[in-house]
Design a protein around this ligand. Structure first.
Ligand code: AMP
Length: 396
């Protein structure tokens, strides 16, 4: 249950409202926004504030500047895009905080207008969760709204620090993300199936462990499968493998058994001679992986096996491609699984950067019940962790 106050539980009318958004959007070399999804996702909160005649002060990070100004990471493209989307001028400052900015907001800015501060990560105090920096940000407004789910797992000044100095509530995106993801953990419709892929086991250890106490079935695909297959004694050839995680994999087979979870691995694999999109390939069973080849995608029998499980499930969470989906020769597994989930009648939730990229590639995003905007934040939540950006909000 989401027990935090939201933007609807506080009077924002004619107030100065500081909104943390996640405008960490991909840019091309000419600084054009390649994908504006994250900006669009903030519109319900921004439009609500416009309707309530608030002064809207937006702040975000973009990219990974190292605590100093880097022109390619300025937020001007995001401000321009937001202006197009709202039909309102968005005044973008070239600094994060200054006395002039504060005076502008207090004395010159009209209610219902939008301003945007510069990239928070141009100042090292943002990541350091610095008290003075947090106080400066807070001094700009009367109320703080956190709508940056993608940054909720970061204890940074604009996420955590600032909440000590202003009444802090959730925006609509934050509320939706937390509600959907916590309902997976707390009250999923059963059977609850999770499909995890991607390259590394070590990134997903905590999620796997926590979900094995929640799901009915867990399918593993992608590069991390081979560590699990090796743990079961299979030859995996030159496939990607984390030998340091073999004991963990063995422990997970035991845990799955203990919790009555159906832990499902691929039964056949598309292997290639080398890690290359045009490499020679062939389909083999997991029992007969050739020594000099490497696993690149799941095979047809695995697809059928996974699809059967997908068709039985009433809740499905998916994170991580089941093959090297970026290459046409090895995209079939991920595409088939994505299509099967999209067609299912279950509650379907996807999360993670590569998973979202795959959904975009196959044009399936709109067919999912929920596509999470925060890869890292979603995974930490599913690990069972409390997120700094959520714990610090006011309780209802
Ligand atoms: P991650 O960043 O851990 O979510 O992993 C995503 C990446 O895993 C994608 O770029 C995929 O290409 C890659 N991947 C999926 N399957 C395999 C595989 N069998 N071997 C190597 N990489 C893979």
């Amino acid at each position: 249950m989401f027990n935090k106050k939201t933007i609807e539980d506080i009077n924002v009318r004619n107030k100065k409202v500081l909104v943390r958004v996640d405008y960490n959007v991909p840019l091309d070399n000419e600084l054009n926004i390649i994908d504006d999804t994250r900006i669009k996702l903030s519109l319900p909160t921004i439009n609500y504030l416009i309707e309530n005649n608030a002064k809207i002060i937006l702040m975000s990070h973009l990219g990974r500047p190292k605590g100093e100004i880097e022109n390619r990471f300025r937020l001007d493209p995001a401000a321009k895009k937001l202006s197009q989307l709202t039909g309102k001028e968005v005044k973008k400052f070239d600094r994060i905080f200054s006395q002039e900015i504060k005076e502008y907001i207090d004395n010159e800015m009209d209610y219902g207008e939008i301003v945007m501060l510069e990239n928070l990560r141009f100042d090292p105090r943002e990541k350091a969760n610095d008290i003075e920096f947090s106080k400066s940000l807070a001094s700009l407004a009367d109320i703080y709204v956190d709508d940056a789910f993608g940054a909720a797992h970061r204890a940074h000044a604009s996420v955590a620090g600032v909440t000590k100095y202003l009444p802090a509530v959730a925006g609509f995106l934050m509320k939706k993300e937390i509600e959907v993801l916590t309902s997976l953990l707390e009250s999923p419709q059963r059977p609850f199936l999770t499909i995890l892929g991607g390259s590394k086991v070590s990134d997903k250890i905590k999620v796997i462990r926590n979900l094995l106490g929640k799901v009915d079935s867990l399918i593993l695909g992608g590069g991390m499968t081979y560590t699990f297959l090796k743990a079961q004694g299979y030859e995996i050839g030159k496939s990607i493998c984390e030998d340091t995680q073999i004991d963990f994999a063995k422990e997970m087979f035991t845990l799955a058994k203990k919790n009555n979870v159906n832990l499902i691995l691929p039964v056949d694999i598309v292997v290639a001679k080398e890690f290359d999109g045009d490499a020679e390939k062939k389909l083999v069973s997991v029992q007969s992986m050739p020594v000099d080849w490497m696993g690149m995608d799941i095979g047809d029998k695995s697809i059928e096996l996974f699809k059967k499980e997908i068709s039985r499930a009433r809740t499905i969470f998916w994170n991580g491609p089941v093959g090297v989906f970026e290459w046409t020769n090895f995209t079939n597994g991920t595409k088939s699984i994505a299509n099967a989930i999209a067609e299912s009648q279950a509650v379907t939730v996807a999360g993670g950067g590569d998973t979202l990229a795959a959904l975009k590639k196959y044009n399936l995003s709109s067919k999912f019940s929920h596509v999470s905007s925060g890869g890292g934040a979603a995974m930490e939540l599913l690990e069972g962790k409390e997120l700094p950006g959520v714990v610090s909000l006011l309780i209802k």
